[in-house]
Design a protein around this ligand. Structure first.
Ligand code: NAD
Ligand code: UDX
Length: 479
């Protein structure tokens, strides 16, 4: 079979960008991205896409209406496709067996059942969502238990490694594409068909093929390794603050060892995003189910350390402000989980903000890309607060950093947006309450300059002291 039509179930952060790039690179393949949310599909068909991702608007503009379509007509999408990506969400279960750890596979199962119901010809079904090992077996069981005469399925695992904020570059210049399939003639043929799609722009040597289970596990392993590096450097940031070592210098020094490498050694307020915590918890649950408690405990530490880092940073903010933030105005700069995305899933800013709100603070939040409704939704969510009315009263959303900081006792920088580096901090100092505090959770700002202006500054992984030439008023060491 030569693949002519692709359908993707799930028009989210993965399905949308991935299929847009496939459409761009394979002009003769017709790509239809389907979602059961009409609102999401309408946004994909509008001028304001549902997600902010640098470069995405351009790709969509080039292909939409030619060989790229966004539709709620899932039945048509499935029937016509030769190859179907399942790119639905796989959140952590919030109730029942495995609550708080296991991946909830109800959307995967739902997608498989839709395909089983609607398919009338042979399909290659590709699991793109991140799933626990052996999830492909669920899809396989559902499809093969409902096979209609003349319809055959091949199930492949093809996890996605894009990171938000750099999704288009990650897709166009993917370091590797991973495809897992069954070790049968038909399985290998299906792998080759999917390889052919990617080979339109990815060099064949960068396409790795494995068995299905290795492919599924590799995705969890990759995220666990990346998150583990962040927790490792964050653990050392606490040592740096207590000793006078500088975590950036430590990262630079160890990163020069090619066995360690320089990436993902940026100490921070803690990692966020929809993937790291969810996927490690997923791995932990898998280990527990496989009766491997020591392995589960090892990975649990990565999550625990991340929680510790968020708590440690927030505690430092409160303690520095004389151990009370009640009725104080605090500017939160950045709410997304990293720069260049409007996504707030598991953003550390949510934890920091909700803790400060619990302590009675009045928050003034500014983020260049996160909408007001999203911030309010996150902070009033029942898992975050039992007093949504109080939250609504004490949170103001601002359309610029300058407006957020006016009259503030402190600035808490949660996301490393480039524009925060360009702010005029002299001007900001003038409009803030004194003493004026800055807590830089991303090591983003020029601390020397801030100290010189008169700010009290604290950051991650470095004890900041004023030099003797600097006004004594803001001299600062960490607790
Ligand atoms: P998302 O929540 O943004 O999108 C999922 C979409 O699937 C939703 O719009 C939902 O309405 C839709 N959906 C659910 N069931 C459906 C069905 N039966 N038919 C049609 N649509 C359906 O999620 P996401 O961030 O795109 O993540 C999708 C998967 O990819 C997850 O497993 C995630 O772990 C994985 N992943 C995410 C990233 C990332 O950066 N966000 C990166 C790599 C892998
Ligand atoms: C991650 C993986 O990188 C990607 O391969 C996978 O497909 C999905 O999960 P994403 O969560 O979008 O991507 O962003 P990433 O750049 O990995 O950042 C995750 C979090 O870690 C962010 O909160 C980021 O600020 C933080 N981070 C990242 C650090 O704190 N320090 C670092 O050195 C790198």
């Amino acid at each position: 079979m030569v693949i002519q039509k692709i359908c993707c179930l799930g028009a989210g952060y993965v399905g949308g960008p991935t299929c847009s790039v496939i459409a761009l690179k394979c002009p003769h393949i017709r790509v239809t991205v389907c979602d059961k949310s009409a609102e999401r599909i309408n946004q994909w068909n509008s001028d304001k896409l549902p997600i902010y991702e640098p470069g995405l608007d351009d790709v969509v503009r080039q292909c939409r209406g030619k060989n790229l379509f966004f539709s709620t007509d899932i039945a048509k999408g499935i029937r016509e496709a030769d190859l179907i990506f399942i790119s639905v969400n796989t959140p952590t279960k919030t109730f029942g067996n495995g609550k708080g750890r296991a991946a909830d596979l109800k959307y995967i199962e739902g997608a498989a059942r839709m395909i089983a119901d609607l398919a009338t010809s042979n399909k290659i079904v590709v699991e793109k969502s991140t799933v626990p090992v052996k999830a492909a077996e669920i899809i396989m069981k559902i499809l093969r238990a409902n096979t209609k005469p003349g319809v055959e399925y091949q199930i492949l695992s093809n996890p996605e490694f894009l990171a938000e904020g750099t999704a288009i570059v990650d897709l166009v210049e993917a370091e590797r594409v991973l495809i897992g399939g069954e070790d049968t003639l038909e399985g290998q043929k299906a792998i080759q068909e999917l390889c052919w799609v990617y080979e339109h722009w990815i060099p064949a040597k960068n396409i790795i093929t494995t068995n299905t289970w290795s492919s599924e596990l590799s995705k969890l392993a990759a995220n666990a390794f990346l998150a583990q590096r962040i927790s490792s450097i964050n653990s050392l940031s606490a040592v740096c603050e207590a000793t006078g070592a500088d975590v950036s210098e430590v990262a630079r020094a160890i990163g020069r060892d090619s066995r360690i490498g320089p990436k993902f050694l940026e100490a921070s307020i803690g990692f966020g995003g929809s993937c790291f915590q969810k996927d490690i918890l997923n791995l932990i649950y898998l280990c527990e189910c496989l009766n491997l408690p020591e392995v589960a405990a090892y990975w649990q530490q990565v999550v625990d350390l991340n929680d510790y880092q968020k708590t440690r940073f927030t505690r430092k903010v409160i303690e520095s402000l004389f151990n009370t933030v009640t009725d104080k105005n605090i500017a939160i700069l950045g709410f997304s989980f990293k720069k260049n995305t409007g996504d707030t899933r598991e953003s550390p800013a949510i934890y920091v903000s909700s803790t400060l709100l619990d302590e009675g603070a009045k928050l003034h939040i500014y983020d260049p890309k996160v909408e007001e409704e999203q911030i309010m939704y996150d902070l009033t969510h029942p898992l975050v607060t039992s007093e949504p009315e109080v939250v609504r009263k004490n949170v103001s959303i601002h359309s610029s950093a300058y407006s957020a900081v006016t009259g503030a006792h402190a600035i808490v920088l949660c996301t490393e947006w480039d524009e925060f580096k360009e702010l005029d901090f002299k001007k900001i100092y003038e409009v803030m309450m004194k003493p004026a505090y800055i807590f830089d959770g991303r090591k983003l700002l020029d601390h020397e300059t801030l100290l010189n202006i008169g700010f009290h500054v604290q950051t991650i992984g470095k004890k900041l002291c004023r030099t003797s030439s600097i006004r004594a008023q803001g001299s600062q060491t960490l607790p």
